[in-house]
Design a binder for this molecule. Structure first.
Ligand SMILES: Nc1ncnc2c1ncn2[C@@H]1O[C@H](COP(=O)(O)OP(=O)(O)OP(=O)(O)O)[C@@H](O)[C@H]1O
Ligand SMILES: [Mg+2]
Length: 242
């Protein structure tokens, strides 16, 4: 028997007012996997990521993390369960310095391992080391993205949720960010759920993927199988190998 998944989303619905943004989503992430969620604008990808943190709340179904249904827990309790996210649009603290942003990320650990972890994320993203005293809001887009990921890593997550880490970035930075994700997964066994519009890169990186259309999962399979699928190619890869 295979071990229980680290994260199991079962039949989850979520609403904005009367609009149903998630219509009964099933998705699993096993320990040590990179799983990617692909879909067009407005499909509900970010909503699913946010629902894991309880905002908006899952109205139906269950979100089971480490064997426990977390779908009724308040957001601040979920943040203490070794799940960290780098949300869409980065959402770093613009008036705080890079160092202070990273301290905020480490806060759930009460400051334990702070120096060691600071060293580690600066090793992953050397540009941040050079800018530790610069205000977050003055970083370039790519640097802010690195900071958002680094801040998430400061809490030593077992599960890392990344919402469009490559959005709006130059190809070289995208490559760097994807290679850091691969390294975290391969060297440290970190489990990753990755939302991406850059389907080609994401499916090449991921063990498995899910396709979301209009709040529903329409297809799932290994990254390699989805890359080969003619439906996926037509909808998400057409002309887009960059
Ligand atoms: N706070 C909100 N209030 C009302 N509707 C919302 C809210 N946030 C998202 N929606 C709607 O829910 C649907 C899903 O949005 P969501 O942001 O989850 O999509 P997405 O797949 O992440 O899209 P994108 O690729 O553009 O980031 C969209 O129709 C969107 O307009
Ligand atoms: Mg989104």
């Amino acid at each position: 028997m295979s071990p229980a998944p680290l994260l199991s989303i079962r039949g989850v619905k979520a609403f904005y007012g009367r609009i149903m943004a998630l219509k009964g989503v099933d998705l699993e992430v096993n320990e040590g996997e990179i799983v990617t969620l692909i879909g067009a604008n407005g499909a509900g990808k970010s909503t699913l990521m946010m629902t894991i943190f309880g905002n908006p709340r899952a109205q139906d179904g269950a979100i089971v993390y480490g064997g426990r249904d977390i779908s009724r827990l308040p957001t601040h309790e979920i943040a203490r369960l070794s799940i960290a996210q780098s949300p869409e649009g980065r959402r770093i603290f613009p008036r705080m310095t890079v160092r202070e942003n990273l301290q905020m990320g480490a806060a759930v650990l009460g400051g334990a391992h702070y120096e060691e972890d600071l060293e580690r994320v600066c090793g992953l993203f050397p540009r941040l080391r050079e800018r530790l005293d610069q205000r977050g809001g003055t970083l370039s887009g790519g640097e802010q993205q690195m900071l958002a990921i680094a801040r998430a890593l400061m809490s030593r997550p077992r599960l890392l949720l990344l919402d469009e880490p490559s959005l709006g970035l130059a190809p070289l930075i995208v490559k760097q960010i994807f290679s850091v994700i691969r390294e975290l997964n391969q060297k440290e066994g970190m489990t990753v759920l990755l939302v991406e519009q850059n389907a080609f890169h994401a499916l090449r990186l991921a063990d498995r993927g899910y396709i979301m259309v209009n709040g529903e999962i329409t297809m799932t399979g290994s990254g390699a199988d989805l890359l080969r699928s003619s439906e996926v190619q037509a909808a998400y890869l057409e002309g887009g190998r960059h």
